[in-house]
Design a protein around this ligand. Structure first.
Ligand SMILES: *[C@@H]1O[C@H](CO)[C@@H](O)[C@H](O)[C@H]1NC(C)=O
Length: 210
């Protein structure tokens, strides 16, 4: 009897943890996006865990042209910082598309973005291995579906993207708030921790990050 009470209590205890949802639109070669994803977001994610923090990441392009009829023969993709960035974007878009938003891919993103060389294949391969995701599928995807996946992200969020004036663009629980976004870009963990009714363990000790 006691055991049943205990199990029920524990299950209820677990399910009351509401997660904070965060979506981040970013430019892979921008230092501010790299700093945010590679350090602040990733550190907070490691502290809070996937139960408390749902992360969605969107490598963002600013436009594109297509050539030929659908299915298009080729794309001309407009990345803010040119070809290297487009390549980095494709790599990340492929990883997220193939494997979804989960611990492995968020760790992968954290690793790649903290390297400050997201366009460097050797770095990306090392990060993939470290995060237990398959580099060979990402590599294959870059050239076969990379352009298409990037344009799909762009098409899905076109209206939003056209209004973004600086990256990373951070949205909590589906609603953009400029003040919260600015605060989160400075101290992400404390900003998120303020949002929980019941604080997860990762919120216990908070040192402001430099
Ligand atoms: C977070 O997203 C999930 C589905 O993705 C949704 O069910 C939940 O209500 C969202 N949480 C908040 C606080 O908006």
């Amino acid at each position: 009897m006691y055991l049943i009470w205990f199990i029920t209590f524990c299950l209820v205890g677990l399910s009351t943890q509401e997660a904070v949802n965060v979506s981040v639109y970013y430019i892979s070669s921008c230092p501010s996006s790299q700093r945010f994803i590679g350090s602040k977001l990733h550190q907070a994610y490691q502290k809070l865990g996937s139960e408390a923090l749902n992360v969605k990441l969107y490598p963002t392009i600013v436009g594109y042209n297509t050539y030929g009829e659908e299915p298009y023969i080729s794309y001309d993709i407009d990345c803010i910082n040119g070809d290297e960035e487009c390549f980095a974007n494709k790599m990340q878009a492929c990883a997220l598309h193939l494997f979804g938003f989960n611990e492995n891919t968020i760790n992968f993103e954290g690793c790649v973005m903290s390297s400050r060389q997201p366009e460097n294949k050797r770095v990306v391969r090392r990060c993939a291995k470290k995060s237990q995701i398959e580099w060979s599928s990402i590599k294959k995807c870059i050239n076969t579906r990379g352009d298409e996946i990037l344009t799909e992200i762009y098409d899905e969020f076109k209206e939003l993207i056209s209004e973004i004036d600086h990256f990373p663009h951070i949205i909590f629980n589906g609603v953009y708030d400029e003040r919260t976004a600015r605060k989160a870009s400075i101290n992400f963990l404390s900003t998120v921790c303020e949002m929980y009714k019941e604080k997860p363990a990762g919120c216990d000790i908070q040192k402001p990050t430099a």
